[in-house]
Structures are given as C-alpha cells and as structure tokens.
Design a binder for this molecule. Structure first.
Ligand code: ATP
Ligand code: MG
Length: 215
C-alpha cells in the first residue's frame, strides 16, 4: 500500500490543494490520500483559525466524490499542538505492514522545515513529496538543510529523487500549482466578494450557509 499524508490548516480547503493531491495520487499511484487538518499549527499561532469541526466538514464536502481521498482527525485527538513527527509516527504504527508513506507539502513549507519539531528524524521517517512550481525547483538540498545533513542524501537520477540514509526519499515534483491560498479566500469572504471557482461548490455553499467568519 502507498498512502499520501497531506497536512495543512485547510481554512478552507481549496482547489489548489485538491488538484495537487490528485496529481500526486496519480504520479505515485497512491492507494489513499489522507488529508490531515491540523488542530493547532505550531507555526500559525499568530492568528485565529476556524474551529476544527468546520475545517474538517469542509474537507469532507470537498473530498466525498473521490474514493481514494479520506480525512483523518488524528491531530484533533491530541491535546497539544499538531506536530507532524507525531502524526507520521501514528500512521507508521497504524498502517498495514509494508505501507509506504508519502508526506506531502508545498515548497514554502519545506523551506521552513528546520523550524519543525524533530525535523531531522521526520525527514528520515517516510518519503517526502515537495510540490514545486516550474522554474522554482529546489535543485539541491543544500539550500534547505545544513551541509552535513544534506550530504546524507544522494540524488538518484533513475527515480529523480534524493535518497536518504533510510529507505526513504525526497521527491520534488512540478505540479499544476493553482495560485490560490486560503488567506486570499478568507479576505474575499470578509469583503463579501465571490469565492466561486476557488473552492468546490459544496464548500462554498457551506461557507455561505454557516456564515463562517474569517478574521
Ligand atoms: P494559508 O493562506 O492560510 O496559509 P494555504 O492556502 O497556504 O493557507 P495551508 O492549509 O496553509 O493552505 O496549506 C496546506 C498545504 O498545502 C501546505 O503544504 C501548503 O504548502 C500547500 N498549499 C498551499 N496552497 C497551495 C496551492 N495553491 N496548491 C497546492 N498546495 C498548496
Ligand atoms: Mg499556507
């Protein structure tokens, strides 16, 4: 089995997230893509975030027509901030033997990885897929990791990835990155302007019905 783990705040989920999830599922022939909304994103403490149940429900509405997409509430079951290292360990312990995990994140998030809890362990624990934009690819890990740590990874041209000291690899993949962000969508909601075609229809209906109140 191959599972994708796609974490984020998803406040709200939008077509940028969904399109990339679809392309990665196809590229890596994933059996499941698991969206994992953060309860409390450690690096996003500066602003209020919509309650977990709203963000989770919008993800349900956005993914219900795709049988390989699912949602995990694991980060809401922990009291603490949502640390990816704990989430990955959870899935390593709770997946069939031999399951390959692919942790998915944008290049923006990857470039901040040294701020993440136990990041050196994390990047050796499972595969990573870094979503990149054509023309902005990270060509070497030297610009992200300290030199001694970067040297543990070797570029493998056959699979076009950086192979690490464990069996896991870091893949950079050019995807159709739609220029959409949740921040921009929240601004539009606040301004009372349209968010049609930025989020799936049912998510837009939900936002309008619930009167989600972005800050
Ligand atoms: P915000 O504007 O609130 O930061 P966001 O749109 O960046 O929201 P997040 O929930 O922060 O969404 O992102 C979750 C993950 O999705 C991160 O790994 C991020 O890099 C990635 N991501 C963000 N925007 C896009 C996009 N347009 N296409 C693909 N992936 C994206
Ligand atoms: Mg973001």
């Amino acid at each position: 089995m191959k599972w994708g783990l796609f974490g984020g705040t998803f406040d709200p989920v939008h077509l940028g997230h969904l399109r990339c999830a679809e392309e990665i599922s196809e590229l890596f022939r994933l059996d499941r893509m698991i969206f994992i909304p953060a309860r409390l994103q450690p690096l996003k403490t500066g602003r209020a975030v919509s309650p977990f149940h709203h963000r989770e429900q919008m993800l349900r509405l956005a993914t219900e027509d795709n049988p390989s997409f699912s949602i995990s509430d694991i980060e809401n079951r922990r009291d603490d901030k949502s640390y990816s290292i704990e989430t990955v360990r959870h899935f390593l312990d709770n997946s069939p033997d031999g399951t390959e995990l692919y942790f998915i994140l944008g290049q923006d998030a990857f470039h901040e990885i040294q701020m993440w809890k136990e990041w050196k362990d994390l990047v050796r624990l499972c595969n990573f897929v870094v979503m990149t934009r054509p023309g902005y690819e990270t060509k070497s890990l030297g610009s992200v990791f300290p030199p001694d740590f970067a040297s543990l990874f070797q570029y493998d041209s056959t699979s076009d990835c950086f192979k690490g000291p464990t069996d896991n690899s870091i893949f950079f993949r050019n995807l159709t990155l739609l220029d959409i962000s949740s921040t921009d969508i929240r601004k539009r909601i606040k301004a009372g302007t349209s968010i049609r075609y930025l989020v799936p229809g049912p998510v837009r209906d939900y936002i309008l019905k619930q009167g989600l109140n972005p800050y």
